[in-house]
Design a binder for this molecule. Structure first.
Ligand code: CP
Ligand code: NVA
Length: 308
């Protein structure tokens, strides 16, 4: 079964093929209304379940539109309204869903839920975000970087803020696509050691630099994300804000990166917390291209999963 669970568990060759396919598919439908079908309909006759245990705008809409453009059908399910994990085991849910649908995308809390779903499903499973990783986002981000600036291999990517699930998938991508990665943030919010080690074993440089001004020196790409993620307790909010304020991406910080550096944020953003509006709407920002490319990159991911 060809699941798309994470960037570090997918081969670099497959990842590269998905990025290139996504770009080609995007080009092929330029100028068409969003609801118009693609020329080939690789998902014709296919039913896709989109399961959400957490809120979502981009993941929900981009997967739904992507499946429809490829000729398939979707059902969007809320984890709360299903038996998932409370009325029955994840394994049984996986076995049952596999009898109705051809592909499952799930956004969940615990990584274990995703892994159990994948272990017991007899159709491909896609990771639409867990507490630990967010691979679909970073596929879109790699595609976005390369559209604007060419190959990402050998570049310097700087993450400023919380070493969270999105940061984790960026570290995986550093290893698989071959770019250097610098994390800047407070020690209590460092990315997981396992992910740092993963990237390092692939031969790329991973640096931890507590001073954000030093960190962004020579950066080709500056990335941040919300200071408090959906799985973080509300009680963490005040402390996080105090800890992370020095790591805000503002015009002063961006001015220390390379002049042609890009700025990314997976969104949703809290404007003027982790990044100022001046940066988000400024000349370095590609945040809405990232959002659009969720659609194109995930279409390529779904094709790969289904061998289409
Ligand atoms: N970036 C992202 O995954 O956004 P949503 O939470 O809106 O899906
Ligand atoms: N780190 C964020 C990403 C949202 C797309 C979260 O998990 O809430």
């Amino acid at each position: 079964m060809t699941h798309f669970l994470d960037i570090h568990t997918t081969t670099p060759a497959d990842l590269r093929q998905m990025i290139d396919t996504g770009r080609a598919m995007k080009d092929a439908r330029k100028g068409r209304p969003k609801g118009a079908p693609d020329d080939d309909l690789p998902l014709a006759g296919h039913m896709v379940a989109l399961i959400f245990e957490k809120p979502s705008t981009r993941t929900r809409v981009s997967f739904d539109v992507g499946v429809r453009q490829m000729g398939g059908q979707t059902m969007v399910l809320s984890g709360k309204e299903m038996q998932l994990g409370h009325g029955e085991t994840i394994a049984d849910t996986a076995r049952v869903l596999s009898r109705y649908v051809d592909l499952i995308m799930i956004r969940t809390f615990e990584e274990q839920t995703l892994l159990e779903m994948a272990e017991h499903a007899t159709v491909p499973v896609i990771n639409g975000l867990t507490n630990r990783t967010h691979p679909c986002q970073i596929m879109a981000d790699i595609m976005t970087y390369e559209e604007h600036r060419g190959p990402i291999a050998g570049k310097k990517v700087v993450w400023s803020g919380d070493g969270n699930n999105v940061c984790a998938s960026f570290l995986h991508a550093a290893g698989q696509f071959g770019f250097d990665f610098t994390f800047t943030g407070p020690p209590t919010l460092d990315p997981e050691r396992e992910w740092i080690d993963f990237a390092r074993t692939k031969g790329v440089e991973v640096a931890i630099e507590r001073d954000p001004n030093k960190a962004v020196d020579g950066a080709d790409l500056v990335v941040t994300d919300t200071w408090v993620s959906m799985h973080d307790p509300e009680s963490a909010k005040e402390r996080r804000h105090n800890q992370l304020r020095p790591y805000q991406v503002n015009e002063d910080l961006m001015a220390r990166a390379r002049p042609d550096a890009l700025f990314m944020h997976c969104l949703p953003a809290h404007r003027n917390d982790e990044a100022t509006s001046a940066v988000m709407d400024g000349p370095h920002s590609v945040i809405f291209d990232e959002a659009e490319n969720r659609l194109h990159a995930q279409k390529a991911v779904m094709r790969w999963c289904l061998g289409k």
